[in-house]
Design a protein around this ligand. Structure first.
Ligand SMILES: Cc1cc2nc3c(=O)[nH]c(=O)nc-3n(C[C@H](O)[C@H](O)[C@H](O)COP(=O)(O)OP(=O)(O)OC[C@H]3O[C@@H](n4cnc5c(N)ncnc54)[C@H](O)[C@@H]3O)c2cc1C
Length: 238
C-alpha cells in the first residue's frame, strides 16, 4: 500500500479538460509516491478555497486517483456538484492545489484464474481507470444518468454503457449489464425500468450480485454530508 508523506503538498495544475459532464484535472506530482489503484487524495485549491458563499468550502474534498502518468502527473475526474468541486473545476493550468495522499486501501488483485469485471457509475469511473491500466483493460461496464454524462465513458475505451434515461447505450441500470455479463438472473423486482436515481433496488442489487458471484470489491464514492438544520434545503456545511 502506498503511504502518504506527512503533511500536504502544494502541486501545480498542468491541465483541465471537459469530457461531457465531467472535468479531468491534471496535477504534477513528480516526487509523490505512486498511488495504488483505488487510492484517493484530499484536494483543495491553494487560492480561493473558503471564499465562496458562506465562506465554504472549509475542508479539502476526497477524489479518487483516476490515472498516474509516467512523469508523475495525476489525473482526477470531477463532477461539479457543490462549492468544492465548483472551485476545482474552475482551476486553470499554472494554479496550485494542496494535496494530501495517496490515502486509503487500494483494490486487491483478482484471484488466480478469476476474470475481473469493472463496474461503476458516474464519477465512480475514476478509480476504474487506473485499475484498468493495471489490469490491462478488462471488461468494463459503466452506468450514467444520461448521454451527457455517458460521454465520460470515453475515459475507459471499450466500456459498455447503460443510462437511466436510455439516451445512450443500454436503457437501464449498469447492474443489468453486469447480470448479463456474469450470467446472473435478476428477478423482475431487481431490474428497474424507470424510477428514481437512488432507488433502493439500484443500491441493493450490486450487493446481491457481489455476494453471489464470489470475491468482489465495492467502493462507494458518493457521500451525503449534513445540513445544519433539518428544514434547510440539502446542502453541506463542510
Ligand atoms: C473516497 C472518495 C473518493 C471520491 N472520488 C471522487 C471522484 O473521483 N470524483 C468526484 O467528483 N467525487 C468524488 N468523491 C465525492 C466528493 O468527494 C464529494 O462529492 C465532495 O463532497 C464534493 O464536494 P463539494 O463541496 O463540491 O460538494 P458538497 O457540498 O460536499 O456536496 C456533495 C453532494 O452531496 C449533496 N448534498 C450535500 N448536502 C446534502 C444533504 N444534506 N442532503 C442531501 N444531499 C446533500 C450535494 O447536492 C452534492 O451532490 C469521492 C468521495 C470519496 C469519499
Amino acid at each position: 500500500m502506498s503511504l502518504a508523506p506527512f503533511g500536504r503538498r502544494r502541486l501545480r495544475v498542468t491541465g483541465r479538460r471537459a469530457i461531457g459532464a465531467y472535468d479531468v484535472l491534471s496535477v504534477a506530482d513528480p516526487d509523490g509516491p505512486a498511488p495504488d489503484a483505488g487510492q484517493f487524495a484530499m484536494l483543495a485549491a491553494a487560492d480561493g478555497w473558503g471564499g465562496l458563499e458562506d465562506e465554504r468550502p472549509f475542508l479539502p474534498r476526497a477524489f479518487s486517483v483516476a490515472r498516474r502518468h509516467p512523469d508523475g502527473t495525476l489525473d482526477f475526474v470531477l463532477e461539479d456538484v457543490g462549492p468544492g468541486t465548483e472551485r476545482l473545476c474552475a482551476l486553470a493550468p499554472g494554479e496550485d492545489v494542496w494535496l494530501v495522499g495517496p490515502l486509503g486501501r487500494g483494490f486487491a488483485p483478482p484471484g488466480e484464474g478469476r476474470r475481473p469485471v469493472l463496474v461503476g457509475g458516474g464519477v465512480g469511473i475514476a478509480p476504474l481507470m487506473i485499475w484498468s491500466d493495471v489490469l490491462g483493460g478488462p471488461t468494463a461496464l459503466l452506468g450514467f444518468r444520461d448521454a451527457a454524462h455517458a460521454e465520460g465513458a470515453a475515459l475507459l475505451p471499450g466500456a459498455r454503457v447503460a443510462t437511466d434515461d436510455g439516451s445512450a447505450g443500454h436503457h437501464g441500470l449498469v447492474t443489468e449489464l453486469l447480470a448479463e455479463e456474469i450470467g446472473f438472473a435478476l428477478r423482475s423486482s431487481q431490474a428497474r425500468t424507470s424510477g428514481r436515481r437512488y432507488s433502493s433496488h439500484a443500491n441493493r442489487t450490486p450487493l446481491k450480485i457481489c455476494r453471489r458471484s464470489g470475491r468482489s470489491q465495492l467502493r462507494i464514492v458518493a457521500v451525503v454530508t449534513c445540513s445544519r438544520l433539518a428544514h434547510e434545503p440539502p446542502r453541506s456545511t463542510l
